[in-house]
Design a protein around this ligand. Structure first.
Ligand SMILES: [Zn+2]
Length: 343
């Protein structure tokens, strides 16, 4: 079963005081889409964690110093953490609620839960900005990380993370880089997009060695090339055989969404949804990016795939030279990954 949970307050708190793509309207768009689809299995979370408990969870992922710094900034009312990331008086409160909801849902869920939460989290590393990256990319606390911790506390041993936001999930990657967790991240090529990390040769260290898989796509990549890589992703997940899955769902790779240069359409997101459904393990999906068209059309197609609604979407086409380049790189990534942990 698939249940969508909308974080209470996510359409009310953490409001920019200037024009910014990450704002409460995003949740209104998603809620309207759910209503239009006639999707019945969604509801609103209630905030039932106290501050102390949320801070305890945050402390399992982030450094004490970083958490204290954010709490301090939130007292200022309006504060720019960096050129991309704003903090209004209730931002840290909402971010802690999102973090706790991810954690708590992972402690309980046996099926698929899609959490519509704000702000996004996958760029937030242990100490906030990760090495060499210019900003927190709209993120405060790492929600995907909290879901991983929840699953771990339940005793899951083979946790997988799939991040299909168009930007590399550098925060999540940093947090678990040396840990025995499969991390698959599909994103626009780091030469061409923030945060400029997530190259194919970043494959993990220590216990995590070989378990970090970065698939990259050149600008103008369409569904045909992307879906080819999803076949590889599916095989890698099958080989790894996870007992639980955390998905960082970003819809900003959708054509014309505004912040990136991929030309993905419904076909890719439908396929992503089907792929997640077919893994068939307890799954927490957390909302990351997606700001305009992706939030409407990408989200809808993803949910159709996730719930097994039969649909036929036609592929957008990738220019031939880009198709070749993507295929060359991602095929090598795939083959290396299988060599490292394939049966
Ligand atoms: Zn993104």
């Amino acid at each position: 079963m698939v249940e969508v949970v909308i974080q209470e307050n996510s359409s009310l708190k953490h409001k920019p005081w200037f024009n910014h793509p990450e704002n409460p309207d995003r949740v209104r768009v998603l809620t309207a889409t759910l209503a239009r689809m006639g999707f019945m299995k969604y509801g609103f979370s209630r905030v039932d964690a106290d501050l102390e408990e949320s801070l305890r969870v945050a402390g399992l992922i982030h450094s004490k110093e970083y958490i204290e710094r954010l709490l301090e900034y939130s007292k200022k009312g309006r504060f720019l953490l960096d050129e991309d990331t704003y903090i209004s008086n209730d931002s840290v409160e909402l971010a802690l609620e999102a973090l706790h909801l991810s954690y708590e849902t992972a402690l309980k869920a046996n099926d698929i839960r899609f959490l519509i939460i704000r702000p996004p989290g996958h760029h937030a590393g242990r100490r906030g900005r990760t090495r060499g990256v210019s900003s927190n990319g709209f993120c405060l606390f790492n929600n995907a990380g909290a879901a991983v911790i929840g699953f771990r506390e339940r005793g899951f041993k083979r946790i997988g993370i799939l991040d299909f936001d168009v930007h590399h999930g550098n925060g999540t990657m940093e947090i678990f880089y040396k840990e025995s967790i499969l991390q698959l991240d599909l994103h626009q090529h780091p030469d061409t997009l923030y945060p400029h990390t997530g190259y194919p040769d970043e494959i993990g260290e220590g216990e995590g060695f070989g378990l970090k898989v970065n698939m990259v796509f050149q600008p103008y990549t369409g569904d045909d090339s992307y879906i080819r890589a999803l076949d590889y992703v599916e095989n890698i997940i099958e080989e790894y055989n996870p007992d639980s899955l955390v998905v960082s769902a970003g819809f900003d790779g959708f054509r014309g969404d505004g912040l990136a240069d991929l030309n993905l359409t419904e076909a890719s997101y439908y396929r992503l949804g089907s792929l997640v459904r077919e893994v068939g393990v307890p799954t927490i999906i957390v909302l990351e990016g997606g700001y305009s068209r992706g939030l409407e059309n990408g989200f809808r197609a993803f949910l159709e795939g996730l719930t097994g609604v039969a649909r036929e979407y036609s592929n957008s086409i990738t220019p031939r030279n880009i198709m070749r380049l993507n295929e060359m790189v991602n095929r090598a990534v795939y083959e290396q990954a299988l060599k490292r942990f394939g049966r």
